[in-house]
Every structure is written in C-alpha cells, then in structure tokens.
Design a protein. Sequence first.
Length: 236
Amino acid sequence: MILHLQLIKNNFEEFCFTKSLMGIDFTKLERKIIENKLCYISRYDYFKHHYSTVLEYLKKYTDTETIAELGSGYGLVLFVFKFLGLKNMLEGYEMDEYGIKIAKEVNDFFHLDIKFDEIEDLRENSKFKNNFEGKTVFTHYVLHNIKNNFSKSIDNILNLKPKQVLHFEPIYEKHPNDLKGITCKTYLKSVNYQIKILSTIKEFKNEGKLKNLKIQNIGIGGQPFDKLFLIRYTPT
C-alpha cells in the first residue's frame, strides 16, 4: 500500500479535498480566478469549485457513455468526479507505470469501480491496444505540458476514434493583445506551457480530420494568469 505517501486517507472526501498535504496548508487564502474574476479563496475551497465546474461542463456534453481521461496521473480527477456523484463508467489512462499503480491502490482501498490502465506515449508512432470507440475522451491540464511532437499527440488522439474529445486546458492563443492578455501570455511562456494548442487543433479541422470544434472560456484558474478553457471536437 502507499499510505506512507499521505495520498490515502480513511475518509474518501478528505482524500479528494484535503485541507493539508505534505506540510502545505490548503486553507490559506490565495489568488485564484472564479467566474472570470480575480479573488482570494483558499486552495481547499478553490479545488471544490474547480472540479465542480469542470464536472458541470463534462456532464453537459456527455450522455451515458464511458468517460476516459488521458494523462490521469494517480487518478485524482476521476476520484473527485466519483465523489461528486458522476454515474458514468470512468477510465483513466497514464503513461507512467507508478501513477497507474497508485491509482489502482486507491481505487481498491475505497472499493471503487474505476478502470485504470497504461497507455503508450501519445507523442510517438504507437499502436494503441486500448479501445476508445464510443467513449468521451478528455484531458485536464495535460496538453500544455506536451512540448515535443504536439501535432503527433493530437493526431494519435484522433486515431483513437472516440465519440468526442474535450480538453480542459490553459490556452495561450485565447488571450487578447491588450495589457492583461499580454501579461497572461508572458506568464504562460515563462512557465514553458505549450502555446500552439488551439492553432494546431484548428489545422486538423482545416484538413478535415475533426469537426464540431468549439472553444469556451469556463471562467476559472488556479493562478491569476492561468485561465482554463474548454476545447471540444469530434473526430471525422
């Protein structure tokens, strides 16, 4: 088990929304974006608002199909969705073997029914053994970390042939060239985020490889200059 990592706690709610972890106090006030406004809120309360907002959008655009997360890490997003009452079958896919190991241990500890499995590197020419047909695939703060072969990653996601794809990501290109927008862009560049997420996806749309492309500002952000957007599309 991994109890020594302070990841599992006896109470499922406390695990999903902890008030402290590894010596960090999550009840202290910090600057976050709520409803497109900069405000002071504890990390504990922000996490609750953040995941509830993401789940609201996810439920809005899905039906009863299986929902699969790419880049699920140790499964926290899916565990939170399960705690918040999402009824769909949930699956998490991660390249890191250790992340999947932790996710499965947490899943077993709380007697949940989320499926976790390894997936090959989306940046490579891989033959994926996982079946995503008919499922909604989503990412949450994953694409911005893909620096190399980003176009190949989107191509691989399309080739998985899911029902639809939803990306919850910070989008550099959605910030305008006014003072606030330039400040946000400068921040996103400084932390080395991928800055061509939207333009790359639009290239695939222009090539006829995806359709029904929609982009939405969902009005939240864990950092003052790190607003979250939703990109939705359907593979052709």
